[in-house]
Ligand binder design. Structure first.
Ligand SMILES: *Cc1c(COP(=O)(O)O)cnc(C)c1O
Ligand code: SF4
Length: 346
């Protein structure tokens, strides 16, 4: 086969997936405290604008490969700021609460079973595992009571999906569903695809970006075997997160016939400018991924310093639209309680 010469060598599927054993070692070697992270990125604590929080309840977790993409010695690095806990998170404000969406409030009726959430018509969200391969400081699930929703198998959730023919899509979420082993994931996919009315399975995962070594032959096999159409929504906020390793991971997934989309979160001090966002869209597309959503953050306690208001967001977005072809423009959305979908903000 002739490889068209506009495809960079690292995008060729010939480079292929990573060996099976590597990713769990990479994850075991991830930075889990402030000192290790700051040492690795060669940032002196005194150079931080806000002091690091060495006892944050939402624990620091960053794989080494992600740290390697940070600029050494730069306290203002956009990747570092996504993962370093600082005292800014302790800002208390009435407006920013632990569970602003009240997703788990039984009175709302969103929880169909302890691990199954349905807010929107036709699609359900399955909480597969509480953990992630990275802990993002802006995460809206940082206060999510996972221990109450830790699935002991998904029998109840699967039975609920099987009983409702109006559902044609299952979203695997978490946490990060790609933290499941190949075997666990295979079993789950098998169980879902055996429900006849399910057409699509969607995986929401930051792992192809933050732990690309997770993309193994075994994972590709599990995804390729599935009867349903597969969609993976990756999560990238800044063009600097994308490198040869992410290109390789995404090329493998694409080779497995998976539709690749990306969601980003609009974050003050990280990507809330038109130049960064335009570059992100173009670089994602160069790696085979289409922009899907650009989320406005919710009022989650501890994330106020990242927050961008609606008017400012709309202004950035209007500029972005002028710079990009329509297919590279993500949809600007916010999650509003009581709505039947995400709310388009433009
Ligand atoms: C965001 C979300 C979805 C997916 O919404 P899409 O607009 O289809 O991407 C589904 N369920 C829940 C609970 C969500 O929060
Ligand atoms: S990977 Fe996603 S779910 Fe996990 S901490 Fe980051 S934003 Fe939250």
């Amino acid at each position: 086969m002739i490889t068209p010469n506009h495809i960079p060598a690292h995008l060729s599927p010939d480079v292929g997936p990573w060996p099976d054993e590597l990713w769990s070692k990479e994850l075991a070697g991830a930075a889990r405290d402030v000192k290790t992270l700051l040492n690795a990125v060669q940032v002196h604590p005194q150079n931080l604008q806000y002091p690091a929080d060495t006892s944050a309840k939402f624990q620091l977790l960053v794989p080494r490969g992600f740290i390697a993409r940070m600029r050494k010695g730069d306290a203002d690095d956009p990747l570092l700021k996504q993962v370093l806990p600082t005292l800014e998170e302790r800002k208390a404000s009435n407006e920013f609460t632990r569970d602003p969406l009240a997703e788990t409030d039984p009175a709302q009726g969103f929880m169909k079973t302890p691990s199954l959430l349905q807010k929107y018509q036709g699609r359900v969200l399955l909480i597969t595992t509480p953990g992630c391969a990275i802990n993002c400081r802006y995460c809206f699930r940082r206060e999510f009571p996972y221990t109450q929703h830790r699935p002991k198998g998904h029998q109840e959730a699967l039975a609920s999906i099987a009983a409702d023919p109006s559902i044609d899509e299952v979203i695997l979420s978490g946490g990060d569903p790609l933290l499941l082993s190949d075997k666990q994931l295979s079993q789950l996919l098998n169980a879902i695809e055996s429900i006849p009315h399910i057409q699509r399975i969607r995986i929401h995962s930051r792992i192809p970006i933050v732990l690309p070594e997770r993309i193994t032959r075994g994972l590709m096999d599990a995804l390729e075997r599935c009867r349903c159409q597969m969609v993976l929504v990756a999560h990238t906020n800044h063009p600097q997160e994308l490198n040869d390793a992410t290109a390789r991971a995404l090329a493998c997934l694409k080779h497995s016939q998976i539709t690749l989309l990306n969601q980003s979160v609009l974050l003050r001090g990280i990507n809330a400018d038109v130049t960064t966002l335009a570059e992100l869209s173009k670089k994602l597309f160069a790696q085979g991924v289409l922009p899907y959503y650009l989320h406005l953050t919710d009022h989650v306690a501890g994330t106020e310093h990242f927050f961008i208001g609606d008017d400012e967001a709309r202004e950035i977005y209007a500029q972005l639209q002028r710079l990009l072809p329509g297919y590279l423009l993500p949809k600007l959305v916010r999650e509003q309680p009581g709505q039947a979908s995400k709310t388009l903000m433009y």
